[in-house]
Design a protein around this ligand. Structure first.
Ligand SMILES: [Zn+2]
Ligand SMILES: [Zn+2]
Ligand SMILES: [Zn+2]
Length: 277
């Protein structure tokens, strides 16, 4: 992922005061690279940005969301490209891109697509779950105005509105959003970032007795962290709580196991849990 301004048209470079000679010199020294006629990239432009520029389009959907700084599920490389109606796309052979052709919602003729449009593209292209995760990520960062949320409600389907209705502003990670989205059909009471007496703030409390900790990719490695986690789980157990821990790989790649574990532990976590179901 790269800076927002890593791709330039000839016109933009000229507007920034570069002469044709400056551009040629920048190309010679590698400060700029020609992507195609009239389109240039600075060295920090990432693969997705280059691929989108080579298509002659703009970043769309999950590719755009990542560049907006939102949490997205897939790290996969194929770029999602938005193309203007009537435009001709320039595909490479065996191009793995995903095209988006929805209406231009930008207020100006150029620049990135607005976030609400990007979110709606995700709903259509990747489904309500990824939409939900991206929306919660945007809300958490304070990036959606009430007008934009209203626009989304009006311009999405029933699944989209369900996601918008469930979305909150305080999701601490994409894993937390996923957990709440995927458990919603069981009618469990799932509270996130709850202070539990004798334990501290836990990622999720299901019912009254089941703690779920979601360990992100980086921050739970090493012997010291492991020891801390064990102490924490022992404390929780002494207060009558059951703790389940899941990492990124389990939640993303083995959800069935996660779900079975949660439902099994919930069923046996005792009357406290059952009472609040
Ligand atoms: Zn980038
Ligand atoms: Zn897409
Ligand atoms: Zn393509």
């Amino acid at each position: 992922m790269c800076a927002t301004r890593s791709i330039f048209t000839t016109r933009q470079l000229r507007a920034d005061g570069l002469t044709h000679r400056d551009i040629t010199a920048a190309l010679d020294t590698g400060r700029l690279e020609r992507i195609r006629i009239g389109m240039y990239a600075s060295p920090d432009a990432c693969r997705a940005a280059r691929a989108v520029a080579a298509h002659g389009g703009s970043m769309a959907c999950v590719t755009a969301a990542r560049h907006h700084g939102l949490w997205t599920l897939d790290d996969e490389d194929e770029p999602h490209v938005w193309l203007k109606t009537g435009q001709r796309a320039h595909h490479e052979s065996a191009c793995g891109c995903v095209e988006h052709w929805d209406r231009d919602r930008r207020r100006t003729a150029s620049g990135p697509l607005p976030l609400p449009q990007v979110l709606r593209q995700i709903l259509g292209c990747r489904g309500p779950e990824q939409f939900f995760v991206a929306v919660e990520s945007a809300l958490r960062q304070g990036r959606l105005s009430s007008d934009e949320l209203r626009w989304l409600r009006r311009n999405t389907n029933a699944r989209g509105r369900e996601a918008l209705h469930l979305a909150r502003t305080d999701a601490d990670s994409g894993l937390e959003s996923l957990l709440r989205w995927r458990l919603r059909r069981f009618g469990l009471r799932v509270r996130t970032q709850v202070a539990v007496f004798g334990v501290g703030v836990v990622d999720a409390l299901i019912g009254d007795r089941l703690i779920v900790e979601l360990d992100g990719r980086a921050n739970h490695d090493g012997a010291t962290m492991r020891h801390k986690d064990l102490v924490r789980d022992a404390n929780a157990a002494s207060w009558g709580y059951t703790t389940l821990r899941f990492d990124y790989a389990l939640v993303i790649h083995d959800w069935d196991l996660v779900e079975t574990a949660i439902l099994g532990a919930f069923a046996s976590a005792g009357p406290g849990a059952a009472a609040s179901a």
